[in-house]
Design a protein around this ligand. Structure first.
Ligand code: NAD
Ligand code: UGA
Length: 448
């Protein structure tokens, strides 16, 4: 049993804290968000993440998972002083794509002035290469009196919507430090997972995280480029991806063409890596292409809606607000299925582009409605897909939620003013959709 502190109970911090508690450790979670901590003390989850509520409840009940807003209580508790302190606060996009490290800085400063005994400080947040050294400098310079500490980089690779499983069954655990002994101590925490372990230096560990995310983003932009070419040449990108994926050197994962990547990670991390390269006088031309293709994927959906909805409408030709008077329904608002996270959501971006073109928007998401409602203006939020379909000139599929895969499409079509579907997630079979009487466009599914 180890005494662990996790700072920041968000999409990474909370699953990790509950996971470590489940291995029998005592985990204190600190967050500056008082509402979050008060809610967690009352069993209210701050985020939607399958399996997290049960895991959290079990470990709270066992007395192994504790929530507080007090760094003092978490770090220096008399009965259980912390040995390990994980930093899991946000590192959002800052100016010019640079990672904004203000929260990491605040945490490092607070640890420095609060700690009263030696600690291993572990960075879970995704941070620019060199941040581990920077955190060391901050802690050292802000300590009222010198107390030994080590800094270890331990990037996280979990996905939202699968955070608990990904934490419990990681493909690998990466640890980077200048202090080999500290890295080995952190490695002990992960022993129950039996995952491959990579122990390296701080900067290399930090780079492994960015390189991994940038590679996955590149795969997505690659398949979106292929999808675009498929549309011109009459090939089906879904089958192309399947055919490519059987090659073990390529793999099928992350070859789903669609709206491009969104979410709280890939967009900001690709930008941050590109920014790091530029600052060093390197030209990250592949990363720049990845970002451009990604932006185009969203614009392409809006063009498809415009083309199909206005195809036979002579009044709209040449007009700026071509979708004026048209009702477009958007099914799915989260950046991917199984999450309520709205950060960098592609459907939200698409809604704004459609609104700028004069469209009236109806929207529905099985889980993310509350968060989406705070972001979206002048959008009618519906109770379900069929209420949404009522009177629509077209529907855009924004998120690949399971419930959209099994819709009663005949009922949906009856409710619509015009049976047009632009499927940003390639959920349906184009031939079947045509047989049902829909005008259907996916992404890269043969001639458009
Ligand atoms: P999040 O926004 O969901 O959670 C961050 C939490 O930190 C919030 O609850 C916030 O109140 C708290 N916080 C901010 N400042 C604080 C402070 N000074 N002291 C204590 N708490 C503070 O963020 P997230 O999505 O969990 O991401 C955290 C980090 O992990 C980021 O660097 C991100 O890039 C990285 N990451 C995220 C994911 C993911 O799937 N979301 C996966 C891997 C890595
Ligand atoms: C991603 C990585 O998968 C995690 O390994 C990493 O830890 C995390 O970022 C992070 O660093 O924060 P996440 O953003 O939760 O996780 O979601 P993904 O499943 O990777 O999807 C990201 C985006 O790409 C989504 O918008 C998804 O719809 C899109 N995507 C994914 C595609 O368009 N095509 C695909 O084939 C796969």
């Amino acid at each position: 049993m180890k005494n662990i502190v996790v700072i920041g109970v968000g999409y990474v911090g909370l699953p990790m804290a509950a996971g470590f508690a489940d291995f029998g450790n005592r985990v204190m979670c600190v967050d500056v968000n008082e509402d979050r901590i008060a809610g967690l003390k009352n069993g209210i989850m701050p985020i939607y993440e399958p399996g997290l509520e049960e895991l959290t409840r079990r470990n709270v009940a066992a007395g192994r998972l504790i929530f507080t807003t007090s760094y003092e209580d978490a770090l220096n508790g008399k009965d259980a002083p912390a040995e390990y302190v994980f930093i899991a606060v946000g590192t959002p996009e800052g100016v010019d794509g640079e990672a904004d490290l203000r929260y990491v800085r605040a945490v490092a400063e607070t640890i420095a002035v609060t700690m009263d005994h030696p600690l291993i400080i572990i960075n879970k947040s995704t941070v620019p290469v060199g941040t581990g050294d920077w955190v060391s400098d901050i802690v050292r310079s802000k300590q009222p009196k010198p107390i030994p500490f080590s800094v270890v980089s331990n990037p996280e690779f979990l996905r939202e919507g699968a955070a608990v499983t990904d934490f419990m069954y990681p493909d690998r655990v990466v640890l980077g430090s200048l202090d080999e002994n500290a890295a080995q101590k952190v490695a002990q925490l992960y022993l129950p997972l039996r995952a491959p372990l990579i122990i390296t230096d701080l900067r290399t560990a930090e780079m492994i995280k960015y390189a991994s995310n940038a590679f996955l983003a590149t795969k997505i932009s690659f398949i979106n480029e292929i999808a675009n070419i498929c549309e011109a040449l009459g090939a089906d990108v879904k089958e192309v991806a399947a055919g490519m994926g059987y090659d073990k050197r390529i793999g099928r994962a992350f070859l789903d063409a669609g709206l491009g990547y969104g979410g709280s990670c890939f967009p900001k991390d690709v930008k941050a890596l590109s920014h790091m390269a530029n600052i060093q006088g390197k030209h990250p031309q592949l990363l720049e292409a990845v970002m451009q293709i990604n932006a185009d994927a969203r614009r392409s959906i809006v063009s498809k809606v415009r083309d199909l909805v206005c195809a036979n409408d002579k009044r709209t030709s040449g007009r700026l607000n071509r979708l004026e008077g048209k009702v477009i329904g958007v099914l799915g608002l989260a950046f991917k299925a199984n999450t309520d996270d709205m950060r960098e959501s592609q459907p939200v971006d698409i809604i704004r582009m459609l609104q700028a073109d004069g469209a009236t928007i109806k929207a529905y998401d099985p889980v993310a409605m509350e968060n989406a409602g705070r972001l979206l203006k002048n959008v009618t939020l519906c109770e379900d897909s069929y209420e949404l379909a009522d009177g629509c000139d077209a529907i855009v599929i924004g998120t690949e939620w399971n419930e959209f895969k099994n819709l009663d499409l005949v009922k949906l079509k009856k409710a619509m003013r015009h049976p047009i579907i632009v499927d940003g997630r390639n959920l349906y079979d184009p031939t079947k959709m045509r047989e049902l009487g829909f005008t259907y466009r996916g992404v890269g599914r043969g001639y458009v």
